[in-house]
Design a binder for this molecule. Structure first.
Ligand code: G
Ligand code: G
Ligand code: MN
Ligand code: NA
Length: 253
């Protein structure tokens, strides 16, 4: 496979880089950023993470790739925070294969050492879809992360197959309402009712609620009306490289 072949050298060739999408509070202040990986290959052009992450998970490269993702985003965001003298969350998508890898915790603590123990500023995003399969394996690992002080966010909520019981079992601080609800909520009564209910349940369980894929003022107003607290999407900003993120934050949101 050409993608797999190219992926083997991608890190060494500096083809892999990180972008950061702002997450905005209801009062307009910055909540945090989500780190998103990008791959620009000479022959293949931009390859979407939906395409290469599963390949990396299959051939085991995901560990090296994830360690790059974690250390690079920790370094970038720490630098932005010190430069602008502000604190905000750094949200990192966790691959389950990486989570289960040998020495995951020791390596991760090494990779984020620039944060100097301020683990509360780091959120790990886990997708519902991936970890319901192995809940008995994942639970102890998530509990360790929680005890260390990391935040844990349930990504793509509402699209997987888990029951609401998952919110009780897992040490979750935040729910990310999937973009599909946000897309449809303006026109579909059912999507609107579901997002309203997810927000209510999450808040009753003392979790933060973030809506993903917010693209219009209309969606933002409806989500605010439903008491949603944090928003991420093209309405505020697309994912930005390190320098563009600094410019975005300097000009004020
Ligand atoms: O930004 P976007 O089109 O790139 O993301 C597409 C998908 O790839 C999303 O499901 C997202 O969670 C996943 N993804 C993006 N960046 C990362 C990453 O750094 N690590 C992991 N594990 N998944 C990522
Ligand atoms: O990790 P997760 O599955 O949440 O990845 C978020 C994905 O959504 C990334 O691919 C990111 O680039 C994308 N995204 C973020 N905001 C928007 C948006 O407003 N509209 C669309 N279409 N995609 C978005
Ligand atoms: Mn995510
Ligand atoms: Na998502």
């Amino acid at each position: 496979l050409e993608i797999e072949h190219e992926l083997h050298n991608a890190l060494a060739k500096n083809e892999i880089y990180m972008v950061y999408q702002p997450q905005i509070n209801a009062d307009g202040t910055l909540h945090g950023v989500e780190a998103l990986v990008r791959w620009n290959n000479k022959k293949l052009g931009m390859v979407h993470p939906d395409k290469f992450i599963p390949i990396a998970e299959e051939n085991g490269m995901i560990v090296e790739l994830s360690r790059f993702i974690i250390s690079k985003s920790a370094e970038d965001i720490y630098e932005v925070q010190r430069l602008l003298d502000i604190d905000f969350q750094l949200s990192i998508n966790l691959s389950v294969r990486h989570l289960f890898s040998e020495n995951f915790l020791e390596n991760t603590l090494k990779d984020i050492k620039v944060f100097d123990g301020e683990y509360g500023l780091i959120t790990f995003e886990i997708t519902e879809r991936l970890f319901i399969k192995d809940i008995n394996h994942v639970l102890p690992l998530l509990n360790i992360l929680k005890e260390k002080g990391f935040q844990i966010s349930l990504d793509d909520f509402g699209t997987g197959y888990s029951s609401l019981g998952i919110l009780r079992t897992l040490p979750i601080n935040e729910i990310k309402i999937d973009k599909s609800f946000v897309d449809e909520m303006i026109h579909e009564h059912d999507a609107r009712v579901l997002s309203k209910s997810i927000i209510k349940i999450g808040q009753d369980l003392s979790m933060k609620i973030l809506a993903e894929g917010v693209e219009t003022a209309e969606q933002l107003e409806l989500l605010k009306f439903q008491n949603c607290e944090i928003f991420q999407g093209y309405y505020f900003s697309k994912p930005l490289d390190h320098m563009s993120l600094i410019a975005f934050l300097q000009k004020g949101i």
